[in-house]
Design a protein around this ligand. Structure first.
Ligand SMILES: Nc1ncnc2c1ncn2[C@@H]1O[C@H](COP(=O)(O)OP(=O)(O)O)[C@@H](O)[C@H]1O
Ligand SMILES: [Mg+2]
Length: 498
């Protein structure tokens, strides 16, 4: 029994409590409410139907447990899908009021409805917490970025993968960012909303496999495949949720595949051209030998006029040039013997430079060496490799028109067990339309007599013979960069016949 004073304090305690407490009859009529609840509604709510006042419905809510509580007389928690919608829930915890003293029957005549949990009643709260925690974990640990935002664009779910993709911390995501801030292009969020509301992109309220760019905090653009959905409460849009799949790895893989395909194509082309060139070279070798020999003989044996001697010398010089080309062709077609031994690449490059930099072409070229210290020895045929270096260096000097900076760099790549060699220049670079062809035999952009178009194709086959890789690109600041990767684990044979 409570004294009147006690009753007054109890009522004040309940009224002072800043959560909703409502008492309803089994017929859904509101019998009492604490001051906090009453303040929320402008009208008088006592005597009115709870579903009418709280939810604006003509009939009781479908999931309302009132009817069941009058029978079971046990407290019940109902869990609305408030986890995603974040909607306020008035009817959360229900418990039947114990019968008053002047009641004879043990019937339930009133039920208290709270918008909060009484912890651990019959383990319900715990179960609910567990299932919520499970859902949360599911979202947080998703490999795709998961971002949900309310109708105004305020983000309320921002998982670890979203942190990784966007570069923003979870705190920034949840408190500083709006959903429209993460896209690279302005108006993108609006466009996505428009597509979500249309039926044409995976059904109403859905958007499937939509490719979009987002902007990382550091300014980088990240390509994304987005699957998104509108979260509805009844018919009302309450939020959007998006699954952001980072496409960077996929795009990289595709590029790598395309590169491999082009390399295979190139190798194929080289192989058939190699056979052809070898045949032609062999057939040319003997007649060229005769031309050289007999011209020399005539020059030595006969007393000739100076003008005839000059003409014959010209024939001799040109025949020699033909023989040089034939020699290159034979090397290109791998008709030479390879001798694989460990070599110091830094030394080989220095020696090539030593041979070249006396030439007039190099007089106005500044040479920068960035050689790695303690570079491991590379298994290879040093004569062949010298040939590659020489071709690349001469190409660079020619491209710069004898004026500019030539840089040579070596680097050890332990993770890949390779040595990297880079030869770059400050010339005009390689035009886009030229780049795909430079390793093709006989491809040259130089004037007749200046280029054979064999230098790079020869370099390509030599590097391939060393199980390495040669590539050309343009540096962002201008000029061409040729990079060569040579493996360190090539079998060390004495002589390989080709
Ligand atoms: N460093 C470079 N800068 C710009 N273009 C280059 C460079 N190296 C090679 N090239 C291009 O590649 C083509 C093929 O080179 P290459 O096979 O050595 O033949 P060649 O030097 O006889 O023309 C050249 O004609 C030139 O257009
Ligand atoms: Mg060349």
């Amino acid at each position: 029994m409570h004294t009147d004073t006690e009753k007054e304090y109890l009522i004040r305690a309940i009224d002072g409590f800043r959560r909703k407490i409502i008492v309803v009859s089994p017929e859904y009529v509101i019998l009492a409410a604490n001051a906090f609840t009453k303040k929320r509604f402008s009208k008088n709510i006592i005597g009115r139907l709870c579903h009418e006042i709280l939810w604006n419905l003509d009939t009781p809510c479908e999931e309302c447990p009132l009817g069941q509580i009058t029978k079971t007389r046990s407290p019940t928690v109902i869990h609305k899908s408030s986890f995603l919608t974040q909607k306020k829930n008035y009817c959360h915890y229900f418990y039947p009021l114990p019968p008053s003293e002047n009641m004879t029957d043990e019937i339930v005549d009133a039920i208290a409805m709270l918008d909060f949990d009484i912890p651990f009643v019959e383990g319900l709260e715990e179960k609910l917490q567990r299932s919520n925690a499970f859902l949360k974990n599911l979202i947080l640990s998703s490999v795709d970025g998961v971002i949900a935002a309310d109708r105004k664009g305020k983000i309320f779910i921002f998982n670890d993968a979203a942190v990784e993709i966007t570069g923003y911390s979870m705190y920034d995501g949840l408190h500083k960012l709006m959903i429209q801030d993460i896209y690279a292009e302005k108006g993108c969020a609006y466009d996505i909303m428009k597509k979500l509301r249309s039926k044409d992109y995976g059904g109403k309220g859905k958007l499937k496999f939509h490719q979009v760019d987002i902007q990382h905090k550091n300014g980088m653009i990240v390509p994304i495949r987005l699957n998104a959905a509108v979260v509805y409460d009844g018919k009302e849009e309450v939020a959007t949720i998006g699954f952001f799949h980072d496409l960077r790895e996929e795009i990289k893989m595709k590029e790598k595949l395309e590169k491999t395909r082009l390399q295979l194509l190139q190798a194929d082309k080289m192989a058939s051209l190699g056979k052809l060139s070898a045949g032609v070279a062999h057939q040319l070798n003997n007649p060229l030998g005769s031309i050289t020999l007999f011209t020399k003989l005539v020059l030595e044996e006969y007393a000739l006029e100076e003008s005839i001697r000059e003409d014959l010398s010209r024939i001799l010089k040109d025949a020699q040039r033909c023989r040089d080309t034939v020699k290159e062709l034979l090397e290109f077609a791998r008709q030479t013997r390879y001798q694989i031994k460990p070599h110091d690449i830094n030394r080989a490059l220095s020696r090539t430079l030593f041979l070249l930099d006396k030439q007039t072409l190099f007089h106005n070229i500044e040479i920068c060496k960035h050689f790695a210290e303690g570079l491991p020895m590379v298994p290879g045929d040093i004569q062949q490799l010298n040939h590659v270096f020489m071709n690349l260096i001469i190409n660079a000097a020619q491209a710069m028109g004898g004026n500019g900076k030539l840089s040579l760099k070596t680097e050890h790549l332990p993770a890949r067990n390779q040595v990297l060699i880079e030869i770059s220049d400050t010339g005009p670079g390689i035009p886009d339309e030229v780049l795909p062809h430079i390793f093709d035999p006989f491809y040259t952009t130089k004037d007749e007599g200046e280029g054979t178009g064999l230098g790079l194709s020869l370099a390509y086959s030599i590097i391939k013979e060393h199980h390495g890789l040669i590539e050309a690109r343009n540096a962002p600041e201008g000029g061409a960069v040729f990079s060569i990767e040579l493996p360190l684990d090539m079998p060390e044979t004495t002589e390989t016949d080709h």
